[in-house]
Design a protein around this ligand. Structure first.
Ligand code: SAM
Length: 445
């Protein structure tokens, strides 16, 4: 140690955060009451809530109190005393560690019942289930996910590419991903080799993968601006792996810059080919998209004029436009550009596009006059301000699409309090084996 350092004040010793004492030491016997909203079994012992991983309602087991968690404790299973029916062999080697899937340990019937019940309980708590027809859950099969974002981390010479571990900032290096489209899984090994060469030690980037009809897109988010040699390597990668497009952006939310554009990167909505911007919103599976389109068409059948709010790049707009004149309203510039390009392919006036922030400036009840039906599909936060205006409107039929049952329940309550009747609700599962659930619902006046 140099003389100068001797006089430096030493940092105070690091104090480990205090861990609360569990109510009891040593194993306790518990019975799992039900599987909760995050996929863990819920049990109780000594007046405390226990979260039992990979368990089913009715499982009886010996567990230790583990880490404290929210309003309870993680349970560390020791012995399974009684196994409830409904268990299945998880199809993925990463299950249990990977944060992507919560419930691969259930057989299919148990899974569908659990996920449907999450929705039913949320709606029932808001007093919305009485007299409502619950339709069967729309499914996405394994391999059906057409978009996912993985994390790439370079440490030393090694590169990890995959998802975060469950309840952790650590990361797993994925060897397989049975939910994801095989064409995207096939990119994981080549991307790992590419990024191991390309990234500096300690660097992390998000790797957003999307499968379009004309091939995959890779968007690297958080990449420092690539210079000519890196651009050449990336363009060669796009060529070797037959990508439709390869882009980069400096940070989440920053504009994406194209590196290689070998094909447009397109999807067909209705009969209209649409080219979403890199990283733009796209329903996570074709099957999910089909169920949502079906719901939108059914709920708006016979309407000559339809408003499609939070329209994105036109997933619902263009199928609706095959039968009705549509006003598509969207807040972001890039999807608005995709909507406008699609609208130009149709007879003039069939689709009108408006860019508008529907949180701050919802369509008013007055502006909604003349629409015979309406569809709204907001982000996770829901559409509180728009729902207030809808509740005051006279639009006869409203189809709600939602990726968050909790914000849907709040907005649905507003509509019902305004005199609408919730006729049916359909759970739509685009995120297989996760707790995430989408839905479509029809309200009428
Ligand atoms: C769940 S996506 C649905 C998009 C489209 N309906 C689809 O199925 O592809 C929600 C959309 O709402 C848009 N959005 C988010 N906040 C908004 C706001 N305050 N006003 C208008 N649009 C907004 C997003 O840009 C996104 O396109």
């Amino acid at each position: 140690m140099s003389g100068g350092n001797r006089h430096k004040r030493r940092p105070p010793p690091r104090r480990e955060p205090e861990r609360p004492e569990p109510p009891v030491r040593g194993p306790v016997e518990v019975t799992v009451e039900r599987v909760g909203a995050k996929g863990d079994g819920l049990a109780s012992s000594h007046g405390a809530r226990l979260y039992v991983p990979q368990s089913l309602a009715g499982d009886r087991l010996m567990v230790n109190f583990g880490q404290p968690r929210a309003d309870g404790w993680e349970a560390e299973p020791v012995t399974l005393l009684h196994e409830a029916p409904g268990r299945a062999e998880p199809p993925c080697v990463h299950f249990g560690v990977c944060g992507g899937c919560a419930v691969q340990h259930m057989d299919d019937a148990t899974y569908v019942a659990w996920k449907t019940d999450l929705l039913v309980q949320t709606l029932a708590r808001a007093g919305l289930m009485e007299g409502v027809a619950l339709r069967p859950m729309a499914r996405t099969p394994p391999g059906g996910r057409r978009r996912a974002t993985m994390l790439a981390t370079k440490r030393g010479r090694r590169l990890w590419l995959g998802y975060n571990e469950r309840a952790s900032h650590r990361q797993i290096d994925v060897a397989m991903c049975p939910i994801l489209a095989p064409a995207l899984v096939a990119l994981v090994a080549p991307l790992r080799a590419l990024l191991a060469d390309l990234l500096a030690d300690g660097r992390q980037v998000d790797v957003a993968l999307t499968l379009f009809e004309d091939g995959p897109e890779v968007l690297l988010i958080g990449l420092p601006e690539p210079k000519l040699p890196q651009l050449e390597i990336l363009a060669a990668f796009a060529e070797a792996n037959d990508l439709a497009r390869l882009s980069w952006s400096a940070a989440p939310g920053k504009p994406a810059e194209p590196i290689a554009r070998r094909r447009p990167g397109m999807v067909t909505f209705g009969s209209v080919p649409v080219v979403p911007a890199p990283g733009a919103f796209l329903q996570a599976s074709r099957e999910g998209e089909a169920a949502l389109v079906e719901a939108a068409l059914e709920g708006t059948a016979g309407a000559a004029t339809v408003a499609d709010l939070f329209a994105g790049s036109g997933t619902l707009t263009f199928p609706l436009a095959e039968r009705s004149k549509v006003l598509a309203v969207e807040g972001d510039a890039e999807p608005v550009a995709a909507l406008e390009a699609g609208a130009r392919r149709l007879p003039a006036g069939q689709v009108r596009v408006q860019r508008r922030d529907l949180f701050r400036d919802p369509l008013t009840a007055d502006e909604l006059k003349g629409f015979q039906a309406l569809v709204f599909d907001p982000p996770r936060a829901g559409a509180a301000a728009q729902a207030q205006e809808l509740a005051r409107s006279a639009v006869p039929a409203i189809v709600a699409v939602s990726c968050n049952p909790a914000s849907f329940a709040r907005d649905a309550r507003t509509l019902v309090d305004g005199g609408y009747r919730l006729e049916w609700v359909r759970p739509v599962d685009q995120f297989l084996w996760s707790p995430h659930l989408e839905l479509a619902a029809l309200f009428r006046r």
